[in-house]
Structure formats: structure tokens, C-alpha cells
Ligand binder design. Structure first.
Ligand SMILES: NC(=O)c1ccc[n+]([C@@H]2O[C@H](COP(=O)([O-])OP(=O)(O)OC[C@H]3O[C@@H](n4cnc5c(N)ncnc54)[C@H](O)[C@@H]3O)[C@@H](O)[C@H]2O)c1
Length: 453
């Protein structure tokens, strides 16, 4: 039988260093590993193990390695309230905090952030970064790398960078952290709903490519995501709606209770910016439950499949065709996703997976929150097919694996959607949406970022 030896990562290095071989206690891999693994760890945030299997011919061998990371997510209120110990406890022992903050968030909350670290006598080096959708480019990532690198604050590989902002910042700053030292940890404070419940804890850091959104990136989740809905108070209502789209996708595909909560309270949550405007304590409890459920459901799939090794990903609902038409139609991300979800519901009905009444319930929920269910760009079948082809490549060419609902709170995956079915479902969807007085349009559906024209 082929001998098989398991080493924790650092132990493996030691065993091949000639000068150390004699000093090793034994060739018992497990013993060596535990000892050396703890002693020579690169970073407190990550662990791993490996396996080397020699061939029988003394001329070949096979190596496998597993990388383990822990990502924590916490809901807290008042992150930068000086009495809140969460961040101080992390950065005190490190003697400083290196941070990247969204320019708009800096204007609104920068003073509180500085005050917080001042009160705790922790030196703060903070880069203020403009993070419009149009800034989601490799150039922005390069600028952040200059800040993190030798010419900037020379971050250590075991020093978590604090990232404070929305989904655009979490994508680009997360990618910069992934590239710096090949992996530098970061802590995410998501200040928009999208960043709090989706882009923030997500491992998918990225920039946009020329034609496709989010097409260049690396898998690098934050080691800790702190979610504080008090930031939502200052968000534009359009961005609250945007975030709702990402919550609806988890409700439709995975969590019926969440779906019902949104039916009952969704529009009040939009109006009150998740119970941060006004003083409705009952609604505040619902807001926390909605955020927690959406996060839990998302991380249940995304967090346990950090490297997208598998494509049964319910959170890709609404994200199969829209990444191609979102930039072309200059839609807000949430509206692109909501039209994608609505189209997906009609397609699922056509395939016999979903009852028409369930489709109508999904469309009614999306519309009740001011999100779009239809945009004429869906009729550009060539574009839809191009989007589908791109997604097939992105999902590994084993299939399209488009998540589609097969009830409320459950989904399955379409391996293929033939062009004629795709086109017929667009016609069905157009007919369904023609019954709405506004044709299925949403409120403030277009992107207003400067610099995108
Ligand atoms: N990586 C992923 O898994 C993932 C998932 C979902 C979305 N995304 C990406 O996230 C991006 C959208 O994120 P977003 O919706 O957070 O947009 P965003 O980051 O553009 O933020 C929206 C706007 O709100 C401002 N802002 C941020 N926090 C604020 C606050 N508390 N008060 C007032 N203004 C505030 C920002 O400056 C910006 O102008 C898209 O690029 C999308 O592709 C990524």
C-alpha cells in the first residue's frame, strides 16, 4: 500500500529542511504536525493541513492541501461609540489600526471613527477612498496597494485592515488585501445594506472588467464582519431598496419565514431605513431579525463554500443574466437583480417548477418594495444569451446552474436554459408585467454614479 503522511502546513516545511530532520522527534506525521503547526503559524487567522503521497517509483508524488479559515459575523449597535470595546480589543494589542474608508462615509462618520481610536489611544492610519461604481477598477486596487505596501503603512501579514464602507469598497479593498502579502486579513464594517448582508461578508472580492461586472478578483473573505444597522439611517432610500433585493433573493430561495416578514414589514423597513428613523421598538426587533436571517441564510451557503468549489448557490438567484445587462442598461444593482429574480420566477413557472400564484407572490413582494420586475433590455435576446454564455464559463462549464425557485423558500438549479426556452420565457414575462400600470418599472432604477457616463 502507498504510504500516506499528513502534516499540518508548517510541519511539512520543517520535515524537508535537511538541518532539522535529525532533530525531529519521530516520523509520526501527526505528532510533528501538531507541534510545528502551532509554533510556526503565519497568521492567527488561518490554519491548514496537507498531505503528501509518494508514488511507488521514487520519481513522483502527489500533494494536497486544505486551507481553513474562520469568518465571524456579529450584529452590534454603535460600533464607533467609544464605550464599545469590539474594535479597541482587536487593535489595542497591535499598537495601531490601518483603515480604508469610503469617501462619503468618511464625511458622515469619519470624525466618530477618529474620535473612537483617539479615545482608546490607538494610532489610526486611514485611507479615504472614493468608491463609486465607476471606481471599481484595477487602478483603484493599485492605489490601495500603495497605501498598504512599503511606500504606505507597510501592513503586516497578521494585521487586520479595517474596511468601512459599502459593497464597492468591500470588493476593491478586499481584493487589495487579498493581493497584499498574497493574503492580508481584514475586518469589514458594512455601511450599506448590501455590504452588511452580502458583499461585506462575501469572499468574492473583485473589480469590474470592461464588459462584465465583478469579473476580476480573488476569494478572500473578511475575518470578521461587523453589522451595525445604525449606518442605514443616512443611506439614500434608493440604496435601502438596493439592499432589499439581496434580502429577497435569500427569502425566495431559502427562507420562507424571511419572505413572510418582508411581505408584512418590508415597505415599513424601507420607509424607516430599517427602523433607524423614528422610534418603533417593535419594528427595530423585526429589522434585526430580517438582517440576521438574511445574513445567516447567505453565509450558510456562501460561508461554507468560500472558494466556490460548488455551484449550488441559492444566492446567485437574480444574478445569472443580470451581470451582462446591468451595466448595459445602467441599472442600479438592486434593480438589475430584482428584474433577474422576477424573470427567473416566470422562467421557473414556464418550466413547471413554480405555481403561477407563487410567481405572482414573488413579483408582488418585489414591487411592494419599489424594485423593478421588468426592463425592456430583457428583450435583447442576443445580450441575454451572451450573458448566459459568460455565466456558464464563470460557473465552470459544467452547467449554467441557474438557481430558480420551486416554491417560496426553496430552489433548484437549471443546468441549461435552451435559447428558445429563454426567449419564450421573456415573452411570457413581458406579458405578465404588461398588466402593471408602470410596466414593471421600479423607483429610481438607474445608476446615478458620476463618472459612469
Ligand atoms: N462581492 C460580492 O459578493 C457582492 C455582493 C453583492 C454586491 N456586490 C457589489 O456591491 C456593489 C453595491 O454595493 P452598495 O449597494 O453597498 O453600493 P456602494 O458601495 O456604491 O454604496 C452606495 C452609496 O452609498 C454611500 N454610502 C455608503 N454607506 C453609506 C451610509 N451609511 N450613509 C450614506 N451613504 C453611504 C456610498 O458612498 C455610495 O455612494 C456593487 O458593485 C455590487 O457588484 C458584491
Amino acid at each position: 500500500m502507498t504510504p500516506q503522511t499528513t502534516f499540518p502546513q508548517a510541519g511539512l516545511t520543517e520535515t524537508i529542511r535537511e538541518d532539522l530532520i535529525d532533530s525531529l522527534p519521530s516520523r509520526d506525521a501527526n505528532n510533528i504536525g501538531v507541534e510545528h503547526g502551532a509554533k510556526y503559524r503565519t497568521s492567527e487567522w488561518y490554519t491548514g493541513s496537507g498531505e503528501i503521497v509518494p508514488g511507488n517509483d521514487s520519481r513522483s508524488f502527489e500533494v494536497t492541501a486544505t486551507f481553513t479559515l474562520k469568518a465571524q459575523v456579529k450584529l452590534i449597535q454603535g460600533i464607533f461609540d467609544p464605550s464599545n470595546p469590539n474594535l479597541a480589543e482587536i487593535y489595542n494589542s497591535r499598537g495601531r489600526c490601518i483603515a480604508i474608508i469610503d469617501q462619503t462615509v468618511d464625511k458622515l462618520y469619519g470624525e466618530s471613527v477618529r474620535q473612537y481610536f483617539d479615545t482608546h489611544e490607538i494610532p489610526l492610519q486611514m485611507n479615504v477612498c472614493r468608491a463609486w461604481e465607476a471606481d471599481k477598477t484595477p487602478e483603484t486596487v493599485h492605489r490601495l496597494l500603495e497605501f498598504l505596501g512599503k511606500d504606505g503603512c507597510d501592513v503586516s501579514r497578521n494585521e487586520p485592515v479595517l474596511v468601512i464602507g459599502g459593497g464597492v469598497l468591500s470588493d476593491v479593498a478586499g481584493l487589495a488585501c487579498a493581493l497584499q502579502h498574497r493574503r492580508t486579513p481584514y475586518i469589514m464594517v458594512g455601511t450599506t445594506i448590501v455590504a452588511a448582508i452580502d458583499a461585506g461578508p462575501s469572499p468574492r472580492t473583485c473589480t469590474n472588467g470592461k464588459q462584465f461586472k465583478n469579473s476580476i478578483g480573488a476569494y478572500h473573505p473578511p475575518v470578521l464582519t461587523l453589522v451595525d444597522r445604525t449606518f442605514f439611517r443616512s443611506l439614500a432610500t434608493g440604496h435601502i431598496r438596493n439592499g432589499m433585493a439581496e434580502i429577497i433573493k435569500m427569502a425566495v430561495t431559502d427562507d420562507k419565514v424571511l419572505f413572510e416578514l418582508l411581505e408584512d414589514y418590508g415597505s415599513r423597513l424601507v420607509e424607516t431605513h430599517f427602523a433607524t428613523l423614528g422610534d418603533d421598538q417593535e419594528l427595530a426587533k423585526v429589522a434585526d431579525e430580517v438582517i440576521y436571517r438574511a445574513l445567516f441564510s447567505y453565509m450558510k451557503y456562501e460561508g461554507t463554500n468560500m472558494f466556490e468549489t460548488y455551484q449550488d448557490r441559492p444566492h446567485a438567484y437574480g444574478h445569472t443574466w443580470s451581470p451582462r445587462y446591468e451595466p448595459a442598461a445602467k441599472l442600479m444593482h438592486g434593480h438589475a437583480v430584482s428584474t433577474g429574480m422576477a424573470y427567473g420566477a416566470t422562467l421557473a413557472t414556464k418550466l413547471g417548477w413554480l405555481q403561477p400564484t407563487e410567481r405572482d407572490r414573488i413579483l408582488a413582494l418585489i414591487r411592494s418594495l419599489g424594485l423593478s420586475v421588468y426592463h425592456p433590455i430583457l428583450e435583447d435576446i442576443d445580450l441575454m444569451i451572451a450573458g448566459q454564455q459568460n455565466m456558464r464559463r464563470k460557473r465552470g462549464d459544467g452547467g449554467l446552474w441557474a438557481p430558480l425557485p420551486c416554491g417560496i423558500g426553496v430552489c433548484d438549479y437549471a443546468k441549461e436554459v435552451p435559447p428558445d426556452v429563454l426567449e419564450a420565457a421573456v415573452a411570457d414575462h413581458k406579458a405578465v408585467c404588461a398588466m402593471f400600470p408602470d410596466g414593471g418599472a421600479g423607483v429610481e432604477m438607474y445608476l446615478k454614479d458620476l463618472g459612469l457616463e
